[in-house]
Ligand binder design. Sequence first.
Ligand code: GRF
Length: 188
Amino acid sequence: MRYAVLASGNGSNFEAIITASKRGQIPGTLALVFSDQPEAFVLQRAQAHQVPATSFTVKEKGGKQAYEAALLALLKAEKIDYLVLAGYMRIIGPELIAAFPSRIINIHPSLLPAFPGLHGIADAFKYGVKVTGVTVHFVDQGVDTGPIIAQQAVTIGKLDTLDTLEEKIHQVEHRLYPAVLQQLFAEK
Ligand code: GRF
């Protein structure tokens, strides 16, 4: 079983996954990192871990449809079975979803269906909820929708700031995502 990580930015979740993988915690092979952002730090992290990594932009490919087609061709050429989204900031198109039925997984920094979208942590903090958290779910055509696989709560205390909350959420993500992949891929 071969999986790819798709990421657009920092890649701290990729780091947690590759670390767990190298420890033998996650079955299968992390065969590819793909980014839609050529400058994303995740690509440097991939290189440091000697994981094959590649990147191209929508603009380079001449539009969304051609970009998705190129990505699908790449994933097929690399014989990828599962897609693991880790801070991938694009909506997955219908062709990719059809090519990977129930095989695309995402992590979101809130307790879905509360606070979907780009700013899950800040939105929960601003709203003033006392409990937020992290969700791992299968991806469908919506934004942060799709069947939920696992959730973990994070409490927001009186002394928390947006920074401390972000820190707490990321710590939970870095444990939860590898644990979910461990279980999911063991069943394959
Ligand atoms: C994480 O908070 C994840 O939940 C969200 O994007 C962020 C990615 O962080 N989807 P990183 O690039 O893995 O550090």
